[in-house]
Design a protein around this ligand. Structure first.
Ligand SMILES: Cc1cc2nc3c(=O)[nH]c(=O)nc-3n(C[C@H](O)[C@H](O)[C@H](O)COP(=O)(O)O)c2cc1C
Length: 248
């Protein structure tokens, strides 16, 4: 069993891989087994995740492999891939495999068994010392901007979820027994990302955030019932509600 929670503190994006080693066959086998056992947000959406050499993609970050995510284009398929991929990102950190969600990358195959390419994670074996030492030094929005109401000891950590261009497109509102999570895109927000792509990545980001949020809730001893919503494409789009209870 992977302790996902502790990996939130350790993980970081390896924008350029240095001092890399080769993954052993055993590490690759274990990774494939982990990938085969991930929990999707929406099990009705068909997905496929494969591992290819970095040279079979446009990625040039010095990684050894890229993990490619393909999906049926149905419902909130981007959110679903974010949720799946974040489990893998945290697993990789636990195995001292450095990772980078690589939104701008492209593989040779844009389609696989009728499924569309969505995104990739580049990976390479790195020394343990290359991982994050103090997560609280990582740049993030102030807590008040992304969380309203009691933080439950959850918000302080969940805010470190990764996102494309560090855009953190989420707001959580705590009403006392329920968390309401929105995908939020600031109006007129300028960044290096082309506007058209923002909605695409934001939807992956929100799936990433939901997995990290749930990991933090569990760690703080909360049980919860999750309701998911279809994204209505508005500026502040309702994405999920969590009715939560503290276990005694
Ligand atoms: C969906 C997604 C796509 C991303 N795409 C890229 C990318 O194309 N290039 C890159 O250098 N970093 C990419 N990143 C990494 C983010 O810039 C990074 O997660 C964010 O700045 C937070 O930093 P951290 O992951 O080190 O905590 C991506 C991250 C996510 C979640």
């Amino acid at each position: 069993m992977i302790d996902f929670y502790s990996q939130i503190f350790k993980r970081k994006s390896f924008h350029q891989f240095k001092d890399t080693d080769k993954l052993s066959e055993e590490e690759l086998t274990k990774l494939r087994e982990f990938i085969a056992a991930v929990t999707p947000l929406d099990p009705s959406i068909r997905t496929k995740t494969i591992i290819v050499p970095e040279s079979e993609t446009t990625c040039e970050s010095g990684a050894q492999y890229c993990i490619l995510f393909y999906s049926e284009k149905k419902g909130e398929y981007l959110r679903n891939i974010g949720y799946i991929g974040q489990q893998i990102d945290l697993y990789l950190a636990s195995q001292n495999i450095g990772a980078l969600w690589f939104g701008i990358g492209m593989p040779e195959e844009r389609e696989l068994d009728g499924l569309e390419y969505v995104i990739m994670i580049a990976i390479a074996k790195v020394p343990e010392s290359a991982f994050r030492k103090d997560m609280f030094k990582a740049k993030r929005k102030p807590l008040e901007e992304i969380w309203h109401g009691d933080t439950l000891g959850v918000a302080e950590i969940a805010r470190f979820a990764p996102s494309a261009c560090n855009s953190q497109p989420w707001i959580t509102e705590n009403t006392g027994d329920e968390l309401t999570v929105y995908r939020y895109k600031e109006p007129g927000q300028k960044g290096i990302m082309p506007a058209l792509l923002t909605g695409y990545y934001n939807r992956i980001d929100i799936g990433i955030y939901l997995f990290i949020l749930e990991t933090c809730l569990k760690h703080e001893g909360y049980t919860f019932e999750r309701t998911l919503f279809e994204d209505d494409d508005t500026e502040k789009a309702l994405t999920a509600k969590y009715r939560y209870k503290k276990e005694k």
